[in-house]
Design a protein around this ligand. Sequence first.
Ligand SMILES: C[S@@+](CC[C@H](N)C(=O)[O-])C[C@H]1O[C@@H](n2cnc3c(N)ncnc32)[C@H](O)[C@@H]1O
Length: 318
Amino acid sequence: MSDATTPRPPASAEDVERAWNDTKLAQVLYHDWEAQTYDDKWSISFDERCVSYARDRFAAAAGTGGWPYERALEIGAGTGFFSLNLRQAGVLDDVTVTDISPGMVEAARRNARGLGFEIAGEVADAERLPFDDETFDVVVGHAVIHHLPDVEQAFREMLRVLRPGGRVVICGEPTKYGDKIARALSRATWWTATRATRLPGLRGSWARPQEELDESSRAAALESVVDLHTFDPGALTALVTRAGFTHVRSVTEELTAAWFGWPVRTFEHAVNPDRLGWGWAMFAYKSWLRLSAADRVLAKVVPGELFYNVSVTAVRPS
Ligand SMILES: C[S@@+](CC[C@H](N)C(=O)[O-])C[C@H]1O[C@@H](n2cnc3c(N)ncnc32)[C@H](O)[C@@H]1O
């Protein structure tokens, strides 16, 4: 295991070449590189907006009983968005973050210190967790299992490190159909926005410099190497059951909110960010909240597979 406080040096050209054929190396290179700018790119914060988002995703999947879970592990924690905000919400107590990217583990520990507390951090592959059996009361993850080559092996590892009766809660994974729709809308937005901002009259003030657009395109190409899966909610439930868990339950969320949210995020990356101020950020956030509320009503009639996000929770048998 590497020392979590020592980020990898920048990737060499040979590393990048090898990464095309080695998905785990690709994860490390891509996410180490992303770690510096990740919070800005995904509008991650540790204030009420993201505290309530993390708490609501956890509660939608696993309910509100048993809070706070005392010993919590997060897999693929990134910069700590999920577990640090869940800790602030009173859902988790003692947090250990893990990630395959040293840069991400360091960023998560730095974010925790910025919030005034310390967390444990380990560089670790979710398919081989470096912890004894029955160490944790809860294992959480957000937007991570779609990156894992062997998802079932990761669930077996989560089962092993949970105490009997302990719970796993994995949120924010892309569904098969939801992801297709979101990507199509994002591609159309990118195409339209990058062409519109080249028009005379808009070019000077709205266009992003070409180098920045090229960097976004390269990132999108690498993303296709690190994004390995989308999930059918029923198949995910069956997989978690096969791994040995009981009381397995999946929920899906975000239909129109995703149709709005993904194009908005793409638009923000395609145009000059100086043009989009606080007013735009508030418009985007409030619209997303309203659409999410509408989606909770639509969930009563629209098939769950069409929603964008799937979460799954389960319990280690006693
Ligand atoms: C999309 S990011 C999500 C980060 C964070 N959970 C969040 O929601 O902001 C996925 C994270 O999974 C990590 N990851 C990818 N493959 C992994 C693996 N095999 N084991 C552990 N972490 C992994 C990446 O390094 C990255 O930080």
